[in-house]
Design a protein around this ligand. Structure first.
Ligand code: RP5
Length: 198
């Protein structure tokens, strides 16, 4: 009996999976602008937070498994084709010897955001150091260990820097997001004062 691999094919013409909660941003589901990739499906427990954030902002993205070590040529093909397919940012998560973000960055001019995925050993420090210590000339933005939600936010910020209507709409949403954060903190401040009586 043969077993079908769980991994997906991001190299086919049709994006594997796209999601867009807000079509008003003119980023149709069939036209992803963020590539959300990871070394294994086991990384999804961490990386899903990036997808959820992109959903909140109505940014279309594709999701897939691409392993730097297990599918090196496929990774390079994906990176080389990414910009031409319309992607503008790549979020890459990996654990352990986490070479996926750096190697993808070496084969594309798109901004790459690395997410260190913590595994059972070393608390994700191995992933963090593998991603953050890039040699001069090949930059990779690196969020905190397990910081996939911030990776999504950084991708939105990059897209929001575009001097287009979509960019401006994303920038306005980011401003609203920041205002909501402030309200949350002020609410906590008040609640703590009432709880403590001071
Ligand atoms: C890395 O190896 C992946 O990014 C994942 O974090 C880790 C373990 O992969 P699996 O053995 O679960 O496929 O390449």
């Amino acid at each position: 009996m043969t077993t079908e691999p769980v991994t997906t094919d991001l190299l086919k013409t049709e994006p594997l999976k796209t999601e867009s909660a807000s079509p008003d941003l003119n980023q149709a589901a069939a036209d992803p602008v963020v590539g959300l990739i990871m070394g294994s499906d086991s990384d999804w427990r961490v990386m899903a937070a990036a997808g959820e954030l992109l959903d909140e902002f109505g940014v279309a993205y594709e999701v897939g498994v691409i392993s730097a070590h297990r599918t090196p040529q496929r990774m390079l093909d994906y990176a080389a084709d990414a910009a031409g397919r319309g992607l503008r940012v790549i979020i890459a998560g990996a654990g352990g010897a986490a070479h996926l973000p750096g190697m993808v960055a070496s084969a594309t001019v798109l901004p790459v955001i690395g997410v260190p995925v913590p595994l059972a050993t070393l608390d994700g420090m191995d992933s963090l150091l593998s991603i953050v210590q890039m040699p001069a000339g090949i930059p990779v933005a690196c969020v905190s260990i397990g910081g996939a939600r911030n990776a999504g936010l950084l991708a939105v910020r990059i897209l929001a820097s575009s001097p287009t209507a979509d960019g401006e709409r994303l920038a306005a949403r980011l401003a609203g997001f920041a205002a909501d954060l402030q309200s949350t903190v002020l609410g906590k401040h008040q609640a703590l004062r009432e709880l403590s009586g001071h």
